[in-house]
Write a protein that binds this ligand. Structure first.
Ligand SMILES: [Zn+2]
Length: 168
């Protein structure tokens, strides 16, 4: 109802988002869970907060760690009751990543994922640019990098291995 609507304190919600923005991805410390669009929504009621999140990959081993970090940061921000729901029905895609987020990935040394669309098979065949020198003379070394979310590439130009965030 409208009276309940008035009780929603915007600043409390902002405080929650700010705290969440400081939760780093366990595998890519330059990105926060907010950057990765993993946090879908935040609802606050008084000093209680409810967070809706989407896992990037089903059964991603980092999920428990993320949930724990969310709890810790929100508790530090002063919230009492903290609920973290994992919405397994919503799907996450690398297309949700914004350009500034992709740039952060590249600077960190991980090739960002290409935009996925209906030309998916073509997208997967597109050359991958090396995040270090920009060369497209790169080869897929292993479909799996240090985690399931990444692939390992090798750059023939600067002779360095790099990871690419797997498009999804
Ligand atoms: Zn290179």
């Amino acid at each position: 109802m409208s009276s309940e609507q008035k009780q929603i304190d915007i600043s409390v919600e902002e405080k929650a988002w700010k705290a969440l923005n400081s939760v780093q991805d366990p595998e890519i410390p330059v990105l926060s869970l907010v950057d990765l669009q993993i946090i879908r929504s935040v609802r606050t009621k008084g000093n209680d907060v409810e967070v809706e999140m989407t896992p990037t990959f089903m059964g991603c081993p980092a999920l428990d760690r993320m949930k724990e970090d969310i709890q810790v940061r929100l508790r530090e921000a002063g919230f009492d009751e903290i609920t973290v729901n994992v919405d397994r029905t919503s799907s996450w895609s690398t297309d949700l990543l914004t350009e500034p987020t992709k740039e952060k990935l590249r600077v960190f040394g991980i090739a960002p994922p290409p935009k996925m669309n209906e030309t998916l098979p073509v997208t997967l065949l597109l050359p991958v640019s090396c995040p270090f020198c920009g060369s497209t003379k790169t080869n897929l070394e292993s479909p799996f990098g240090s985690t399931l979310c990444k692939q390992l590439y090798y750059c023939d130009s600067c002779r360095q291995s790099f990871e690419r965030f797997k498009p999804l």
